[in-house]
Design a protein around this ligand. Structure first.
Ligand code: ADE
Length: 415
């Protein structure tokens, strides 16, 4: 028996619905998909457990899956990103919701288990949490046919599991589609991370030095937005190809030890732990802002920051804690070192999630009718193309078409 849903306050449903309706106006691709899903019912009777940030955009995805006939059970991906009114609205719409803003780690783990207690056929993950629980309690794996993963960090983890021969489920790497990397990781994370830092701290980005750790799709988007706002950007990297890309994009590249005394704002986006540590805190400027744009809260060593500080002034502004150093400097940690764009702002804009979740919904439809072997699978390119084409049509953007002679030229090796 699935466990009873858990939301903060079911009475918030109407407020949540209004915000979901508003977000949906920027999500035309998902709306078209929902129309088709309600006619064709491709997910009739399919039981799905999802772990996702409980936002209006996720609610739009949930409504689409429900329109396709699915039964949906939802756990929060991160308690700080859960919006309680949206959770209430989803519950009222018939989703089994297990999500309460700010719940502690034990409560969060309980919510994941509760969503899985519905015995899903498909799991949709955002950070590999559900897959982790499924593999830690193999009884739960029975009957689960496949999964989809939405984040870079989750896909990284899945690939490690697959390399170790530990992954017992086929999982589609939704994160890795070209549309997702470009639109969600670069533009979504780029904009929403700067938005979160500015909202939380009120800092003037123009003229400041922004240190971006990690120049993947997210880091490069963050760096581009910071530069667009007038910052001098310093990038730190461990991979030569990415470091070269940052140099050629016009950024200064330094080891973190050298960047630490220069930065006014630090944004870490590497997917790895211990990127900002005690050695760096010791040489940072007074008032330096520390923010994590990576999925897990391991990139800033918050424990070392706390241990090395003489006091912590909690919530000097909403979402900001000031850590006073022995020499009087104050370092400003945003959102407790957790995923900053969702904890201190609204995450990716709805127009971005329209694309991510359209890819996700089409991937679910594909998974529901396809048998795959355990392992990490690419999402078919046709899904990505369909989403791109539909989004452009919704934006009123028209394309050229190849002439028959051009098609022949491209498909032949003889000139
Ligand atoms: N991930 C990043 N931004 C998001 C949003 N707005 N909703 C759900 N998941 C997200």
């Amino acid at each position: 028996m699935p466990e009873v849903p858990d939301v903060a306050d079911p009475e918030l449903a109407d407020a949540g619905r209004r915000r979901v309706d508003f977000a949906e106006r920027a999500m035309p691709v998902l709306a078209l998909l929902r129309d088709r899903f309600s006619r064709e019912r491709p997910l009739a009777g399919v039981r799905i457990a999802a772990c996702a940030h409980v936002t209006p955009e996720t609610a739009a995805l949930a409504r689409t899956l429900l329109a396709g006939g699915a039964e949906l059970h939802l756990a929060a991906s991160n308690p700080l990103s859960t919006q309680d009114d949206v959770a209430a609205a989803l519950l009222a719409d018939g989703v089994g919701v297990h999500a309460v803003h700010g719940v502690d780690r034990a409560g969060h783990a309980q919510h994941l288990r509760a969503a899985l207690s519905a015995r899903p056929e498909l799991v949709l993950d955002d950070g590999c949490d559900l897959v982790g629980v499924l593999h830690a309690s193999p009884g739960l794996l029975e009957g689960v046919r496949a999964g989809g993963e939405q984040t870079s960090t989750g896909v990284l983890r899945l690939r490690q599991m697959a390399a170790d021969g530990a992954l017992r489920l086929p999982v589609a790497a939704v994160n890795d589609t070209p549309m997702q990397l470009l639109v969600a990781n670069r533009h979504g994370t780029g904009q929403s991370t700067l938005d979160a830092v500015m909202r939380a701290t009120g800092t003037l980005v123009a003229g400041s030095t922004v240190v971006v750790a990690g120049y993947g799709w997210c880091g490069s988007g963050i760096a581009a937005r910071a530069r667009g706002l007038g910052a001098q950007v310093v990038v730190t990297e461990v991979q030569p190809r990415r470091a070269l890309e940052a140099v050629l994009d016009g950024h200064r590249v330094l080891p973190m030890a050298e960047a630490a005394p220069l930065g006014d704002v630090f944004v870490v986006s590497t997917g790895d732990r211990d990127v900002l540590t005690a050695d760096h805190f010791a040489v940072m400027k007074d008032g330096a802002v520390l923010a994590n744009a990576g999925h897990f809260d391991v990139e800033v060593d918050v424990e070392a920051l706390a241990t090395g500080s003489v006091s912590v002034d909690r919530r000097v502004r909403p979402h900001v804690d000031a850590y006073e150093q022995p020499d009087g400097r104050r370092l400003l940690l945003v959102a407790e070192g957790r995923l900053v764009n969702l904890a201190a702002a609204d995450g990716h804009p709805a127009a971005v999630m329209d694309i991510s979740f359209a890819v996700q919904a089409l991937t679910v439809e594909w998974l529901a009718r396809t048998d795959l072997a355990p392992g990490v699978h690419e999402v078919p390119a046709a899904i990505d193309d369909e989403v791109a084409r539909t989004k452009l049509a919704a934006l009123g953007v028209r394309l050229d078409e190849l002439t028959p002679a051009q098609v022949r030229y491209l498909s032949s090796w003889q000139v």
